[in-house]
Structures are given as C-alpha cells and as structure tokens.
Design a protein around this ligand. Sequence first.
Ligand code: KIV
Length: 273
Amino acid sequence: MSQYIIDDTKKITVRTIGQMKPAGEKIAMLTAYDYTMARLVDAAGVDILLVGDSAANTMAGYSTTLPITLEEMMVYARGVVRGTRRALVVFDMPFGSYQAGAEQAVGSAVRVLKETQCDAVKMEGGQEHLAAVRRLVECGIPVMGHLGLQPQHVHAYGGFGLRATDDEEAARIEEDARLLEEAGCFAIVLEKIPAALAQKITTARAIPVIGIGAGGGTDGQVLVLQDMLGLSGDFHPKFLRTYADLGTQITNATNRYVADVKSGDYPSEAESY
Ligand code: KIV
C-alpha cells in the first residue's frame, strides 16, 4: 500500500494566505490547542489555526502567557496538526524560546517544525527581533509577526490595555510592521490597537495583516477559540463576539449526567451489555 494518502482537501499554505489579500478575501484565523477542537474548526473552514501561547491561559490556567514552555506548547501543537487537514497551522513561540537572539530562535523553530509538523511560527515583537526573523526565513521557516499588544510584555506594560494610544507608539508599530515585512514575514497580527491605525498599516503593507481588537479594516481576524465559544467565564473585552455559550451547555450537561448517575437512571438496560 502506498504511504501517500490521496486527499482532495487542498491544504492552505503561506502562499495561499499571501494570495488572499490581493484577491480581497478575508482571512479567518482561530486558536486551537488540541486534536478534537482542531478537527472541528478545521472542517468548518477556518484558514489559519494558531497554536497560541494563550494555551498558558486557556489550557494550563496561568494568568499570563509567560510560564508556558516550548515543550508544553509542542504537545498541544502535535494534537492540532493531527486534527488538521486544510488550515495553515502556525506555532506561537513562547516566552523564552527566542528572546536570546537569532540562534536561539532558529534552534527553537527547527525543533517545532521537526517535532510538531506545524507549517509556520509566530513571534511577538518588531525591530528587536529582525535578525531572528531573517534567519528563520533564510532557513525556510515562514514567520508571522505580532505587534500592538504583546502579551509577553505584560509586566513591562503593567496590564493588557489598549496599545498605541500615543503618536510615538503608533509610529513605532507602523515602522515595525514595515520592517517585519521587509525581513520576510508572510503576515502580521495586530493586537488591541485603534482601528484607524490598523487600517493604515493594512493599506501600507503588501502582506496580510490580521487583527484582534484592531477593528474591521484588516485583512483578517483572529480570536481565541475558548473566548468565541463562550468558554472563558467573565472575560468579555469590547472586541470579542461570542458565537456560542458552550460554558453553560457543558455545565448543564454535566449537571444532568451527575443527577442521572446519582439517581441510578444512568446507565439503563439499553445502555448495558
Ligand atoms: O496566543 C494567542 O492566542 C495569540 C492571539 C491572540 C493572536 O497570540
């Protein structure tokens, strides 16, 4: 039997993503951290699945993204890749896996591509990481940039508030976007900045710009899966639209299961051997 699987699902590549901007097709991106969810949202037509370092919050329960390690992220990423047939799978490089410089970034990203089979990596930051972006691109590793609110900088910011509220920071983000494109990034995420600035950057850049909390003028949108499915409790930032209330559904289903077990209603004879 051939080891090649013939499959009519056309896998999305960084080239496909690059072609969507000039074609005027918006890019739909979501995070995913496990096989089951990746399988569902990939089949539902999402273009990019991000194994976000927000796994630190959604999967591991930390209050920031800083504690999660490369090894922990790779476990999540392998499940996502196994559940994905169509979407581009992007691995979010966690805090401490690239900050030491280009060689560390290459070492981490090579491991990621070898050991998880993700298609690309994402790194937070602009000018301070250009050497790393260039080296990764030279090695054939596609890189997605991430500007605006960079959650790995939470301690320096003192919180997760809106960024680019002054002209100086806005100008720096614009320039960083230009430099990231020049260094070879295939796309950039802009997080939690004013819509007008995101629109300006999107128009100026040839590569796709994907927003989260950055208004409707970008080439695409990304949300954290748990947030858009209503699984994140009281987390309701202004930019978030929730598409389901799975938190309530899970609680109700569990309540019914517990009641059925306690009352002896489950399992019935029909559910027994
Ligand atoms: O880790 C993450 O979920 C992200 C998105 C918010 C873009 O970086």
